[in-house]
Design a protein. Structure first.
Length: 277
């Protein structure tokens, strides 16, 4: 496993497991499977309604807590410190953990500035090892950083070979904020697994198109959290560190970028224009 050193010195695995849209009943099994094959980073959120399953897996897996990296996200439209504290408290109780490695604001809703200042206080108290944001674009990112005492360590956004977020990467560099990709396989849409470019490149290395797509992100210094409930896919998605894409491979994959997301989030919801980045 390779790690990204975040701007506060914390080491975060470059590959984690996302658990979006996995039932709470199934989540514990899925997370335990992932940890058993080598995953050490798990990404959940309050709005996934499966934080309890993640916490149960952490306690049952047999791996020391300090070897795991747990991310969750608050997503309520909080307008006050008190509302933010209640939302955080709910997540911590669902997880049943003493601390969270990374707490994110899931969406730029409510009053992000007040929410951020509240997370800063809890970070200073040791409840979180790091704090960050998700789905913040140039129209909302300044609401966090312009008045921040603690800089976000990551911005988690939809990112994949069809929507490569190159402008976002450049936008984040001056702030030393890492880009983390949700839906790094584009939810399997637009024939990504049968893409002839990815398949041809994969044949050179004995890798699948999915592995090539994920490796492209890693080689662009983007943290990834692919989601699957199948153990064999978990193994496939983490076996990314025994090959390196060539410069020519990278150039070919760059040409797959459409400049548009495939999920409708957050561009459509937040009226974000990617051309403005």
């Amino acid at each position: 496993m390779e790690y990204k050193v975040l701007n506060n010195g914390l080491r975060m695995p470059m590959v984690g497991l996302g658990v979006y849209n996995i039932s709470e009943r199934e989540t514990q099994r899925v997370v335990e499977d992932a940890i058993s094959v080598g995953y050490r980073s798990i990404d959940t959120a309050a709005m996934y309604y499966n934080e309890k399953g993640v916490g149960d897996a952490v306690r049952a897996c047999g791996v020391p807590r300090d070897e795991l990296f747990i991310t969750t996200k608050i997503c309520d439209s909080c307008y006050t410190k008190e509302e933010t504290l209640r939302t955080v408290d709910h997540s911590m109780k669902q997880l049943g953990l003493d601390y969270v490695d990374l707490m994110l604001i899931h969406w730029p809703v409510g009053n992000p500035t007040i929410m951020w200042h509240t997370l800063e206080e809890l970070y200073e108290q040791g409840m979180f090892k790091a704090i960050g944001i998700s789905n913040f674009y140039p129209n909302t990112f300044p609401k966090i950083v312009d008045d921040a005492k603690v800089m976000p360590v990551v911005n988690q956004c939809e990112t994949h070979v069809l929507y490569q977020q190159r402008k976002m990467l450049e936008y984040l560099k001056p702030y030393n904020v890492a880009l983390e990709a949700w839906s790094p396989l584009a939810e399997g849409r637009h024939g990504i697994f049968k893409n002839p470019v990815l398949m041809r490149i994969g044949e050179k290395y004995g890798k699948t198109s999915a592995q090539v797509a994920l490796k492209f992100l890693i080689q662009n210094d983007i943290i990834i959290i692919p989601k699957t409930t199948h153990k064999e896919r978990m193994v496939e998605n983490i076996k990314l560190f025994d090959f390196t894409l060539s410069d020519e491979d990278l150039r070919e994959i760059c040409l797959l970028d459409t400049g548009r997301n495939v999920t409708g989030w957050p561009s459509d919801a937040l009226k974000y224009n990617p051309e403005s980045v």
